[in-house]
Design a protein around this ligand. Structure first.
Ligand code: PMP
Length: 337
């Protein structure tokens, strides 16, 4: 049925016993994507980052930042790391910190779902819930509280939004894995931008390997990144429901010179696509992955045989069962009729 099915050779994973959970970070699988993709010889596939130990792409940068800081003597056993997070970074940071003999503190806004707060706690994080604020750096908000505690208590600030180690984690691992697994045949790379770390690191690696590779950044409607990338302007955004991608501030992990195209996706389109892919293809994915899939469909309008497009699916649908996998929630938001 699918003429692109055999294009890439799938090497069976060899049996292997890992030394510990940290060794299991990365080397996530890729699978062909079909929903919304024309059957015209184009190869479209997605890298399933929910196969990382805590279930998201954030394991990679948490491990790289903490490991580097320990090697450089900036962190030692018994110290505490902190960052603000709406879930994925909090769990990833706590897993890595505890396995490396550290403690983890996460600040999170009150809107974060109970499941996600409990998940962060289950990995051993101390979670501080902060009030919802309108302005990003409001001293009561989750961003400012993390920075203040880092200063006052001498905690190590993971600083995922501005850290170049966040970008480097993906330059060192995610990018080379995509290059290896497509046997250097990738022509188009598609990823959501939250801090920008994944996109910037992978895009830089791939463009160094082949400058002709085109990169497509995926941003939710309401995020500040699209105006910044297209016009260099920092225009205030508005709120949106997709979690994990988009931002209300420009981050230093977002390297806009790495972007060839930006595709903006609505909450509704992203959520409906996430549900569709879960049913059609058995890939249970989060809303940011739904947005990436919508962008891959849009980009595929000008792609065909000979093109190999790779997207990043950042996390899994299990984190959002009470949101867009819940029909009542979808009706209330006006996303289902
Ligand atoms: N998808 C999900 C589910 C995420 O949690 C994140 C991280 N915020 C992203 C995509 C985007 O990754 P990055 O922060 O590296 O841009």
């Amino acid at each position: 049925m699918y003429n692109n099915y055999e294009t890439l050779v799938c090497e069976q994973k060899k049996m292997k016993i890992y030394n510990n959970v940290l060794d299991m970070i990365g080397n996530t699988p890729m699978v062909h994507l079909r929903t919304g993709i024309p059957d015209n010889g184009l190869t479209a596939c997605v890298k399933l980052e929910y196969y990382n130990p805590t279930g998201s792409l954030k394991d990679r940068m948490s491990y790289h930042i903490i490991k580097t800081a320990m090697a450089e003597g900036k962190l030692k056993k018994g110290d505490t790391v902190i960052d603000n997070s709406s879930g994925n970074t909090g769990s990833a940071m706590a897993l890595v910190a505890l396995q490396m003999g550290l403690k983890a503190v996460v600040t999170t806004p009150i809107k974060t779902s109970k499941e996600k707060i409990d998940l962060m706690k289950s990995y051993g994080a101390e979670v501080i819930v902060t009030p919802e604020v309108d302005v990003h750096d409001d001293p009561k908000g989750f961003f400012a509280v993390a920075r203040r505690l880092a200063k006052e208590k001498g905690y190590f600030d993971l600083d995922q939004y501005d850290s170049q180690l966040n970008v480097e984690a993906h330059y060192n691992t995610t990018g080379p894995e995509i290059w290896r697994d497509t046997e250097g045949k990738i022509t188009h790379f598609v990823a959501g931008i939250g801090t920008g770390g994944t996109f910037s690191g992978v895009a830089r690696y791939l463009k160094e390997m082949n400058p002709k590779i085109k990169t497509i950044a995926v941003d939710p409607e309401g995020s500040v990144f699209t105006d910044y990338i297209l016009e260099g302007k920092d225009v205030p955004g508005h709120s949106y429901k997709i979690e994990g991608i988009g931002s209300d501030v420009i981050t230093k992990a977002m390297h806009k010179d790495m972007v060839d195209e930006v595709i903006t996706v609505s909450d509704k389109d992203a959520f409906l696509r996430a549900r569709e892919i879960t049913i059609n293809e058995g890939l249970s994915i989060g809303g940011s992955s739904g947005a990436v899939a919508v962008a891959m469909e849009k980009a595929s309008a000008y792609l065909n045989e000979g093109h190999v497009m790779v997207g990043i699916f950042g996390d899994a649908g299990i984190r959002y069962l009470s949101k867009y996998f819940n029909d009542d929630w979808m009706y209330k938001q006006g996303f289902l009729e």
